[in-house]
Design a protein around this ligand. Structure first.
Ligand SMILES: *Cc1c(COP(=O)(O)O)cnc(C)c1O
Length: 435
């Protein structure tokens, strides 16, 4: 196998889907040229042939002059780097169209690392009003202790963003689609706005996008103008719910800081988790997410037509508030519309309390009686997962503030799996009958 063969990595010759399976094929990160599947490394430490080699290894680590070079690294200790993570990182950078990737133990490890290298005391973050619960908690409960403050705003409305930006703003942070209500944020529009503002600033503003909901199969934010993408590998990319992980993807100039941050704060991705994502998650990503997206579309249409359903937020429905943006921004590797695998819906009721109560009854019935609806947090699994954000994933937001954060208290989040959609509809029908 010719490892220098550039044609193999050329997307005009081979598609991204094929690259997900073969990755960089044989990489310089590790010599396993006669294995078909990359082996699982299970050694925390690495033997150094000489003191000189050890010293060279420490000089190499996170050294901007060495990073990205197609050379075999000198491995020393797992927290600094080891082959399984390095191979996974090469592939994640490639599919997200970034220059580099650094993995972390969890999605939260990745999010705190990218914000950790970009922000210092006195800086502000402008963030979406709708965020993953623990990200919201990180920004609200921990960063103010270091005098890093967050202004939450409705980033779906670009007109209101400019007035939130001050000389202290360092990062614009958001998810698109947002967790859990599926609002979209226009990445290209924000890029144009930030570019205009950055012209006159020494301390630039960076755009960080959590792309966990879409996965690179449905959307590649760096191509649309984001500076950084973060993922929870625990979700759609990992895909089977067996391991946790996270990643930051972006420009090479930040790789040394991310590696140093990971070394010193310690949220290192375990080798076994890296190997699982590389071996099972990435190679099947296109099949799983395509099937989940087809299922989501069918379920969204079913729910929208159901007399007991008040609203369905799904970027693939023509009735979706931001359908036009969805079509422009969410595309698979072949350029086809890929509105993703999650939807958010609510039941008809006279009051918000009644809607919440009906959602509770619906989910408890499904938890007991449905074969294909599993009451559990997380998403991007082979099984369809349902949950109630107001009482579960987003319970750290005070109840009276949920609507301000764009979260309907009765809303139910459905993260589609890869089952036959007819079975999911069967279970939904039965569960809707009792409310
Ligand atoms: C799950 C999730 C995270 C956090 O990831 P962990 O791997 O659980 O730490 C961050 N953002 C979104 C959108 C998520 O769904």
């Amino acid at each position: 196998m010719d490892t220098e063969n550039k044609e193999m990595l050329n997307e005009e010759v081979y598609s991204t889907e094929t690259h997900l399976i073969y990755g960089k094929n044989i990489t310089k990160k590790w010599d396993y040229s006669h294995h078909v599947t990359a082996p699982l490394s299970s050694s925390v430490i690495f033997r150094l042939d000489s003191v000189e080699r050890g010293s060279e290894g420490f000089i190499e680590f996170a050294n901007p002059d060495m990073l990205g070079k197609e050379t075999s690294p000198i491995y020393i200790y797992d927290r600094l780097g080891e082959p399984n993570k390095d191979i996974l990182e090469e592939n994640l950078a490639f599919i997200e169209k970034g220059e580099m990737a650094v993995t972390f133990a969890t999605g939260m490890g990745a999010i705190s690392a990218v914000l950790g290298i970009l922000c210092k005391s006195g800086d502000d973050i402008v963030a979406s009003r709708t965020l993953y619960g623990c990200t919201y908690s990180l920004l609200k409960n921990w960063y103010p202790r270091y005098d890093i403050n967050t202004i939450h705003t409705d980033l779906t409305n670009p007109d209101t963003i400019r007035e939130k930006i001050t000389a202290k703003t360092r990062v614009i942070y958001f998810e698109t689609p947002c967790n859990p209500n599926l609002d979209l944020i226009d990445i290209r529009a924000l890029r144009r706005m930030v570019d205009e503002i950055n012209i006159t600033r020494d301390d630039k503003i960076y755009i960080v996008v959590d792309n966990t909901f879409a996965t690179p199969y449905c959307q590649r934010p760096i191509e649309l103008g984001a500076d950084f993408v973060v993922h929870s590998l625990t979700k759609g990319i990992g895909g089977f719910g067996t391991d946790m992980g996270g990643v930051v993807i972006g420009r090479k100039e930040f790789q040394d800081h991310l590696l140093m941050y990971r070394k010193d704060f310690g949220a290192v991705l375990g080798t076994k988790a890296a190997w699982t994502v590389l071996t099972y998650g990435l190679t099947t990503l296109h099949l799983r997410i395509a099937r989940q997206t087809q299922n989501a579309m069918k379920i969204a249409e079913f729910l929208e037509a159901h007399p007991k359903v008040e609203f369905v937020n799904y970027p693939g429905l023509p009735s979706f508030r931001q359908y036009k943006l969805a079509k422009e921004q969410m595309k698979n590797f072949e350029g086809e519309f890929a509105p993703g695998s999650l939807l958010f819906f609510g039941l008809k009721a006279d009051t918000l309390d009644e809607s919440k109560e009906k959602a509770r009854r619906f989910m408890n019935f499904a938890a007991d009686n449905a074969y294909t609806l599993t009451l559990a947090v997380s998403l991007g699994h082979t099984r369809t997962l349902i949950e109630h954000p107001a009482t579960m994933t987003h319970s750290m937001i005070p109840v009276n503030e949920l609507l301000e954060h764009g979260i309907h208290p009765g809303g139910i989040r459905v993260a589609l799996g890869i089952e036959n959609h007819k079975d999911i509809i069967h279970d939904l029908e039965r569960s809707l009958e009792i409310v």
